[in-house]
Design a protein. Structure first.
Lengths: 201, 201
Protein backbone atom coordinates (compact mmCIF):
# COMPACT_ATOMS: atom_id res chain seq x y z
CA UNK A 1 0.00 0.00 0.00
CA UNK A 2 1.29 3.46 -0.91
CA UNK A 3 1.64 6.37 1.48
CA UNK A 4 -1.55 7.98 2.81
CA UNK A 5 -2.95 11.03 1.06
CA UNK A 6 -2.13 14.01 3.29
CA UNK A 7 -5.37 15.95 3.50
CA UNK A 8 -4.94 19.45 4.95
CA UNK A 9 -8.10 21.34 5.84
CA UNK A 10 -9.59 24.04 8.01
CA UNK A 11 -12.89 23.22 9.71
CA UNK A 12 -14.18 26.62 8.58
CA UNK A 13 -13.68 25.80 4.88
CA UNK A 14 -16.81 24.94 2.83
CA UNK A 15 -14.74 23.31 0.08
CA UNK A 16 -12.84 21.50 2.84
CA UNK A 17 -16.12 20.05 4.06
CA UNK A 18 -17.19 18.95 0.58
CA UNK A 19 -13.77 17.42 -0.06
CA UNK A 20 -13.84 15.63 3.30
CA UNK A 21 -16.87 13.73 2.04
CA UNK A 22 -15.02 12.60 -1.09
CA UNK A 23 -11.39 12.01 -0.15
CA UNK A 24 -11.75 8.56 1.43
CA UNK A 25 -13.48 6.99 -1.56
CA UNK A 26 -10.88 8.54 -3.85
CA UNK A 27 -8.03 7.21 -1.70
CA UNK A 28 -9.63 3.78 -1.33
CA UNK A 29 -10.00 3.38 -5.11
CA UNK A 30 -6.21 3.41 -5.22
CA UNK A 31 -5.57 1.43 -2.05
CA UNK A 32 -4.57 4.49 -0.04
CA UNK A 33 -5.43 5.79 3.40
CA UNK A 34 -6.11 9.41 4.36
CA UNK A 35 -4.00 11.33 6.85
CA UNK A 36 -6.34 14.06 8.20
CA UNK A 37 -4.35 17.20 8.98
CA UNK A 38 -6.23 20.10 10.54
CA UNK A 39 -4.68 23.49 9.96
CA UNK A 40 -5.56 27.16 10.47
CA UNK A 41 -6.20 29.07 7.27
CA UNK A 42 -5.94 32.45 8.97
CA UNK A 43 -2.20 31.94 9.38
CA UNK A 44 -1.85 31.09 5.68
CA UNK A 45 -3.99 34.10 4.72
CA UNK A 46 -1.54 36.38 6.50
CA UNK A 47 1.22 34.96 4.29
CA UNK A 48 -0.70 35.30 1.04
CA UNK A 49 -2.29 38.62 1.93
CA UNK A 50 -5.77 37.28 1.19
CA UNK A 51 -8.98 37.12 3.18
CA UNK A 52 -11.79 34.58 3.59
CA UNK A 53 -13.49 34.21 0.18
CA UNK A 54 -16.82 35.53 1.37
CA UNK A 55 -15.25 38.82 2.47
CA UNK A 56 -13.75 39.64 -0.96
CA UNK A 57 -15.73 41.98 -3.25
CA UNK A 58 -17.30 40.14 -6.25
CA UNK A 59 -15.69 36.83 -5.19
CA UNK A 60 -17.79 36.77 -2.04
CA UNK A 61 -21.15 36.66 -3.81
CA UNK A 62 -19.91 34.16 -6.35
CA UNK A 63 -18.44 31.92 -3.66
CA UNK A 64 -21.62 31.66 -1.66
CA UNK A 65 -23.45 30.61 -4.82
CA UNK A 66 -20.68 28.20 -5.77
CA UNK A 67 -20.51 26.56 -2.32
CA UNK A 68 -24.16 25.57 -2.53
CA UNK A 69 -24.07 24.66 -6.22
CA UNK A 70 -20.90 22.58 -5.76
CA UNK A 71 -22.55 20.79 -2.83
CA UNK A 72 -25.51 19.86 -5.05
CA UNK A 73 -23.19 18.91 -7.90
CA UNK A 74 -21.25 16.55 -5.65
CA UNK A 75 -24.37 14.95 -4.19
CA UNK A 76 -24.14 16.71 -0.82
CA UNK A 77 -27.38 18.72 -0.70
CA UNK A 78 -27.41 18.68 3.11
CA UNK A 79 -24.68 21.33 3.07
CA UNK A 80 -25.78 24.66 4.45
CA UNK A 81 -23.87 27.86 4.97
CA UNK A 82 -23.46 28.28 8.76
CA UNK A 83 -25.06 31.28 10.46
CA UNK A 84 -21.65 32.41 11.63
CA UNK A 85 -18.87 32.28 9.03
CA UNK A 86 -15.93 32.10 9.03
CA UNK A 87 -14.98 30.98 12.53
CA UNK A 88 -11.71 30.30 14.36
CA UNK A 89 -11.19 26.55 14.56
CA UNK A 90 -8.43 26.09 17.12
CA UNK A 91 -10.64 24.30 19.64
CA UNK A 92 -11.75 21.56 17.24
CA UNK A 93 -8.29 21.30 15.66
CA UNK A 94 -6.62 20.84 19.05
CA UNK A 95 -9.07 18.16 20.15
CA UNK A 96 -8.54 16.27 16.89
CA UNK A 97 -4.77 16.56 17.15
CA UNK A 98 -4.81 15.37 20.75
CA UNK A 99 -7.04 12.42 19.86
CA UNK A 100 -4.98 11.54 16.79
CA UNK A 101 -1.99 10.74 19.01
CA UNK A 102 -4.15 8.28 21.00
CA UNK A 103 -6.63 6.75 18.55
CA UNK A 104 -6.42 7.61 14.87
CA UNK A 105 -9.75 6.00 13.96
CA UNK A 106 -11.56 8.00 16.62
CA UNK A 107 -9.76 11.17 15.52
CA UNK A 108 -11.03 10.56 11.98
CA UNK A 109 -14.58 10.18 13.27
CA UNK A 110 -14.10 13.46 15.15
CA UNK A 111 -13.04 15.26 11.97
CA UNK A 112 -16.24 14.18 10.25
CA UNK A 113 -18.35 15.00 13.29
CA UNK A 114 -16.94 18.57 13.43
CA UNK A 115 -17.45 19.17 9.73
CA UNK A 116 -20.98 17.84 9.95
CA UNK A 117 -21.77 19.87 13.08
CA UNK A 118 -20.64 23.08 11.40
CA UNK A 119 -21.79 22.64 7.80
CA UNK A 120 -24.93 20.56 8.24
CA UNK A 121 -26.24 21.22 11.75
CA UNK A 122 -25.07 24.85 12.02
CA UNK A 123 -23.27 24.31 15.34
CA UNK A 124 -20.70 27.02 16.12
CA UNK A 125 -17.76 24.73 16.85
CA UNK A 126 -15.50 27.71 17.59
CA UNK A 127 -17.07 27.78 21.06
CA UNK A 128 -15.08 25.44 23.34
CA UNK A 129 -18.32 24.16 24.93
CA UNK A 130 -19.66 23.14 21.55
CA UNK A 131 -16.35 21.63 20.44
CA UNK A 132 -16.29 19.55 23.61
CA UNK A 133 -19.94 18.53 23.22
CA UNK A 134 -19.38 17.27 19.66
CA UNK A 135 -16.41 15.20 20.87
CA UNK A 136 -18.39 13.84 23.80
CA UNK A 137 -21.11 12.61 21.44
CA UNK A 138 -18.43 10.57 19.67
CA UNK A 139 -17.46 8.95 22.94
CA UNK A 140 -14.56 11.17 23.95
CA UNK A 141 -14.28 12.20 27.60
CA UNK A 142 -15.61 15.75 27.87
CA UNK A 143 -13.15 16.62 30.63
CA UNK A 144 -10.19 15.36 28.61
CA UNK A 145 -11.35 17.14 25.45
CA UNK A 146 -11.77 20.35 27.40
CA UNK A 147 -8.28 19.96 28.85
CA UNK A 148 -6.81 19.32 25.39
CA UNK A 149 -8.04 22.73 24.15
CA UNK A 150 -5.91 24.52 26.75
CA UNK A 151 -2.99 22.08 26.89
CA UNK A 152 0.24 24.00 26.10
CA UNK A 153 1.75 20.91 24.47
CA UNK A 154 -1.23 20.50 22.13
CA UNK A 155 -1.28 24.22 21.35
CA UNK A 156 2.39 24.01 20.44
CA UNK A 157 1.84 20.87 18.36
CA UNK A 158 -0.91 22.58 16.34
CA UNK A 159 1.23 25.65 15.83
CA UNK A 160 4.06 23.41 14.63
CA UNK A 161 1.73 21.61 12.23
CA UNK A 162 0.40 24.87 10.81
CA UNK A 163 3.89 26.29 10.38
CA UNK A 164 4.96 23.02 8.79
CA UNK A 165 2.02 23.13 6.39
CA UNK A 166 2.86 26.66 5.32
CA UNK A 167 6.51 25.70 4.90
CA UNK A 168 5.30 22.99 2.50
CA UNK A 169 3.30 25.58 0.56
CA UNK A 170 -0.20 24.98 1.92
CA UNK A 171 -2.24 28.17 1.45
CA UNK A 172 -5.82 26.95 1.10
CA UNK A 173 -8.30 24.25 2.07
CA UNK A 174 -8.56 21.50 1.04
CA UNK A 175 -4.92 20.95 0.12
CA UNK A 176 -3.73 17.42 -0.61
CA UNK A 177 -0.26 15.96 -1.02
CA UNK A 178 -0.05 12.77 -3.06
CA UNK A 179 3.42 11.27 -2.78
CA UNK A 180 4.74 14.82 -2.37
CA UNK A 181 2.75 16.34 -5.25
CA UNK A 182 0.54 19.27 -4.09
CA UNK A 183 -3.10 19.66 -5.16
CA UNK A 184 -5.26 22.58 -4.06
CA UNK A 185 -9.02 22.27 -4.03
CA UNK A 186 -11.78 19.74 -4.47
CA UNK A 187 -11.65 20.65 -8.14
CA UNK A 188 -8.27 18.95 -8.44
CA UNK A 189 -9.64 15.58 -7.33
CA UNK A 190 -9.90 14.56 -11.00
CA UNK A 191 -6.17 15.21 -11.34
CA UNK A 192 -5.43 13.34 -8.10
CA UNK A 193 -7.41 10.39 -9.42
CA UNK A 194 -5.32 10.23 -12.58
CA UNK A 195 -2.10 10.90 -10.66
CA UNK A 196 -2.78 7.90 -8.44
CA UNK A 197 -3.78 5.72 -11.39
CA UNK A 198 -0.75 6.56 -13.50
CA UNK A 199 1.96 7.48 -10.99
CA UNK A 200 2.06 11.05 -12.24
CA UNK A 201 1.67 12.91 -15.53
CA UNK B 1 -30.52 26.53 -30.31
CA UNK B 2 -29.99 28.06 -26.87
CA UNK B 3 -28.11 31.26 -26.17
CA UNK B 4 -24.33 31.26 -26.68
CA UNK B 5 -22.05 30.57 -23.72
CA UNK B 6 -20.56 33.93 -22.75
CA UNK B 7 -16.86 33.23 -22.33
CA UNK B 8 -14.97 36.04 -20.58
CA UNK B 9 -11.19 35.85 -20.60
CA UNK B 10 -7.98 37.84 -20.41
CA UNK B 11 -5.31 36.98 -22.97
CA UNK B 12 -2.78 36.98 -20.13
CA UNK B 13 -4.60 34.18 -18.25
CA UNK B 14 -3.08 30.66 -18.42
CA UNK B 15 -6.34 29.03 -17.31
CA UNK B 16 -8.08 31.25 -19.86
CA UNK B 17 -5.88 29.77 -22.56
CA UNK B 18 -6.53 26.19 -21.45
CA UNK B 19 -10.26 26.86 -21.25
CA UNK B 20 -10.25 28.48 -24.69
CA UNK B 21 -9.14 25.13 -26.08
CA UNK B 22 -12.07 23.34 -24.42
CA UNK B 23 -15.06 25.67 -24.49
CA UNK B 24 -16.15 25.12 -28.10
CA UNK B 25 -16.38 21.34 -27.81
CA UNK B 26 -18.28 21.73 -24.55
CA UNK B 27 -20.70 24.21 -26.11
CA UNK B 28 -21.12 22.13 -29.27
CA UNK B 29 -22.05 19.01 -27.28
CA UNK B 30 -25.11 20.94 -26.18
CA UNK B 31 -25.82 22.72 -29.44
CA UNK B 32 -24.49 26.06 -28.23
CA UNK B 33 -22.20 28.68 -29.69
CA UNK B 34 -19.49 30.60 -27.83
CA UNK B 35 -19.50 34.37 -27.45
CA UNK B 36 -15.82 35.30 -26.94
CA UNK B 37 -15.57 38.30 -24.62
CA UNK B 38 -12.10 39.73 -23.99
CA UNK B 39 -11.71 41.60 -20.73
CA UNK B 40 -8.94 43.13 -18.63
CA UNK B 41 -8.27 41.30 -15.39
CA UNK B 42 -6.25 44.16 -13.92
CA UNK B 43 -9.43 46.20 -13.57
CA UNK B 44 -11.14 43.33 -11.76
CA UNK B 45 -8.11 42.80 -9.51
CA UNK B 46 -8.40 46.39 -8.34
CA UNK B 47 -11.97 45.61 -7.25
CA UNK B 48 -11.10 42.39 -5.45
CA UNK B 49 -7.82 43.68 -4.03
CA UNK B 50 -5.94 40.70 -5.45
CA UNK B 51 -2.89 40.39 -7.68
CA UNK B 52 -1.85 38.09 -10.52
CA UNK B 53 -1.58 34.54 -9.11
CA UNK B 54 2.12 34.23 -9.78
CA UNK B 55 2.88 37.30 -7.67
CA UNK B 56 1.18 35.97 -4.51
CA UNK B 57 3.40 34.27 -1.90
CA UNK B 58 2.90 30.47 -1.75
CA UNK B 59 0.14 30.63 -4.40
CA UNK B 60 2.66 31.79 -7.00
CA UNK B 61 4.84 28.68 -6.84
CA UNK B 62 1.83 26.39 -6.74
CA UNK B 63 0.19 28.14 -9.67
CA UNK B 64 3.15 27.80 -11.99
CA UNK B 65 3.23 24.09 -11.23
CA UNK B 66 -0.52 23.79 -11.64
CA UNK B 67 -0.63 25.67 -14.97
CA UNK B 68 1.76 23.16 -16.54
CA UNK B 69 0.21 20.13 -14.84
CA UNK B 70 -3.32 21.21 -15.80
CA UNK B 71 -2.15 21.70 -19.39
CA UNK B 72 -0.84 18.12 -19.47
CA UNK B 73 -3.98 16.84 -17.73
CA UNK B 74 -6.19 18.46 -20.35
CA UNK B 75 -4.12 17.19 -23.25
CA UNK B 76 -2.48 20.52 -24.06
CA UNK B 77 1.22 19.80 -23.52
CA UNK B 78 2.25 22.54 -25.99
CA UNK B 79 1.42 25.10 -23.29
CA UNK B 80 4.45 26.97 -22.03
CA UNK B 81 4.74 29.78 -19.54
CA UNK B 82 5.63 32.95 -21.49
CA UNK B 83 8.97 34.65 -20.80
CA UNK B 84 7.11 37.80 -19.81
CA UNK B 85 4.09 37.30 -17.53
CA UNK B 86 1.63 38.77 -16.87
CA UNK B 87 1.21 41.33 -19.65
CA UNK B 88 -1.30 44.08 -20.43
CA UNK B 89 -3.64 42.85 -23.15
CA UNK B 90 -5.41 45.98 -24.38
CA UNK B 91 -3.90 45.86 -27.87
CA UNK B 92 -5.10 42.33 -28.63
CA UNK B 93 -8.44 42.89 -26.91
CA UNK B 94 -9.13 46.03 -28.95
CA UNK B 95 -8.27 44.37 -32.25
CA UNK B 96 -10.57 41.44 -31.41
CA UNK B 97 -13.37 43.75 -30.36
CA UNK B 98 -13.02 45.82 -33.53
CA UNK B 99 -13.01 42.70 -35.69
CA UNK B 100 -15.95 41.18 -33.83
CA UNK B 101 -18.19 44.01 -35.04
CA UNK B 102 -17.23 43.23 -38.65
CA UNK B 103 -16.67 39.47 -38.88
CA UNK B 104 -17.37 37.28 -35.88
CA UNK B 105 -15.77 34.17 -37.35
CA UNK B 106 -12.54 36.02 -38.07
CA UNK B 107 -12.61 37.56 -34.58
CA UNK B 108 -12.86 34.04 -33.12
CA UNK B 109 -9.84 32.96 -35.16
CA UNK B 110 -8.00 36.00 -33.84
CA UNK B 111 -8.77 35.04 -30.24
CA UNK B 112 -7.21 31.64 -30.79
CA UNK B 113 -4.25 33.10 -32.66
CA UNK B 114 -3.49 35.51 -29.80
CA UNK B 115 -3.75 32.82 -27.14
CA UNK B 116 -1.53 30.52 -29.18
CA UNK B 117 1.00 33.27 -29.90
CA UNK B 118 1.32 34.06 -26.20
CA UNK B 119 1.06 30.63 -24.54
CA UNK B 120 2.62 28.39 -27.17
CA UNK B 121 4.97 30.55 -29.26
CA UNK B 122 6.01 32.96 -26.48
CA UNK B 123 5.14 36.09 -28.48
CA UNK B 124 4.72 39.20 -26.32
CA UNK B 125 1.33 40.28 -27.68
CA UNK B 126 1.27 43.31 -25.38
CA UNK B 127 3.50 45.04 -27.94
CA UNK B 128 1.27 46.74 -30.54
CA UNK B 129 3.61 45.62 -33.35
CA UNK B 130 3.27 41.99 -32.30
CA UNK B 131 -0.49 42.27 -31.82
CA UNK B 132 -0.79 43.70 -35.33
CA UNK B 133 1.53 41.04 -36.81
CA UNK B 134 -0.54 38.19 -35.31
CA UNK B 135 -3.71 39.72 -36.78
CA UNK B 136 -2.06 40.21 -40.17
CA UNK B 137 -1.13 36.52 -40.29
CA UNK B 138 -4.85 35.76 -39.94
CA UNK B 139 -5.60 37.93 -42.95
CA UNK B 140 -6.50 41.16 -41.19
CA UNK B 141 -5.21 44.43 -42.69
CA UNK B 142 -2.20 45.48 -40.62
CA UNK B 143 -3.00 49.17 -41.09
CA UNK B 144 -6.59 48.70 -39.94
CA UNK B 145 -5.55 46.57 -36.95
CA UNK B 146 -3.00 49.18 -35.94
CA UNK B 147 -5.64 51.90 -36.22
CA UNK B 148 -8.09 49.88 -34.11
CA UNK B 149 -5.62 49.85 -31.17
CA UNK B 150 -5.71 53.63 -30.95
CA UNK B 151 -9.31 54.19 -32.05
CA UNK B 152 -11.11 56.17 -29.31
CA UNK B 153 -14.39 54.43 -30.09
CA UNK B 154 -12.83 50.96 -29.72
CA UNK B 155 -11.05 52.03 -26.53
CA UNK B 156 -14.35 53.19 -25.13
CA UNK B 157 -16.13 50.01 -26.24
CA UNK B 158 -13.54 47.84 -24.44
CA UNK B 159 -13.80 49.96 -21.33
CA UNK B 160 -17.59 49.59 -21.45
CA UNK B 161 -17.29 45.81 -21.86
CA UNK B 162 -14.87 45.50 -18.95
CA UNK B 163 -17.06 47.66 -16.70
CA UNK B 164 -20.06 45.62 -17.81
CA UNK B 165 -18.26 42.39 -16.98
CA UNK B 166 -17.38 43.59 -13.50
CA UNK B 167 -20.95 44.79 -12.99
CA UNK B 168 -22.03 41.21 -13.75
CA UNK B 169 -19.57 39.89 -11.16
CA UNK B 170 -16.70 38.77 -13.39
CA UNK B 171 -13.50 38.77 -11.30
CA UNK B 172 -11.35 36.07 -12.93
CA UNK B 173 -10.51 34.29 -16.16
CA UNK B 174 -12.02 32.20 -17.58
CA UNK B 175 -15.49 33.20 -16.44
CA UNK B 176 -18.51 31.75 -18.24
CA UNK B 177 -22.19 32.63 -18.12
CA UNK B 178 -24.58 29.87 -19.09
CA UNK B 179 -28.09 31.25 -19.43
CA UNK B 180 -27.17 33.79 -16.76
CA UNK B 181 -25.53 31.32 -14.36
CA UNK B 182 -21.90 32.28 -13.54
CA UNK B 183 -19.06 29.75 -13.55
CA UNK B 184 -15.47 30.69 -12.70
CA UNK B 185 -12.59 28.59 -13.95
CA UNK B 186 -11.82 25.70 -16.25
CA UNK B 187 -12.42 23.50 -13.23
CA UNK B 188 -16.12 24.33 -13.37
CA UNK B 189 -16.50 22.94 -16.88
CA UNK B 190 -17.81 19.69 -15.40
CA UNK B 191 -20.56 21.68 -13.70
CA UNK B 192 -21.27 23.62 -16.92
CA UNK B 193 -21.60 20.31 -18.76
CA UNK B 194 -24.20 19.04 -16.32
CA UNK B 195 -25.93 22.43 -16.19
CA UNK B 196 -26.39 22.39 -19.96
CA UNK B 197 -27.51 18.75 -19.95
CA UNK B 198 -30.08 19.18 -17.19
CA UNK B 199 -31.12 22.83 -17.39
CA UNK B 200 -29.63 23.54 -13.97
CA UNK B 201 -29.22 21.76 -10.65
Amino acid sequence: MGAPLEFYFDFSSPYGYLASQKIEALAARHGRDVDWRPMLLGVAFRQTGTAPLTEIPLKGDYSRRDFARSARFHGLPEFRMPSRFPIPTQAAARIVLWQKARDVALATRLVKAYFRAYFVDDVDISAPDQAVAVAAKEGVSAAEARAAIDDPGIKEALKRDVDGAIARGVFGSPFVFVDGEPFWGLDRFDQIDRWLATGGF
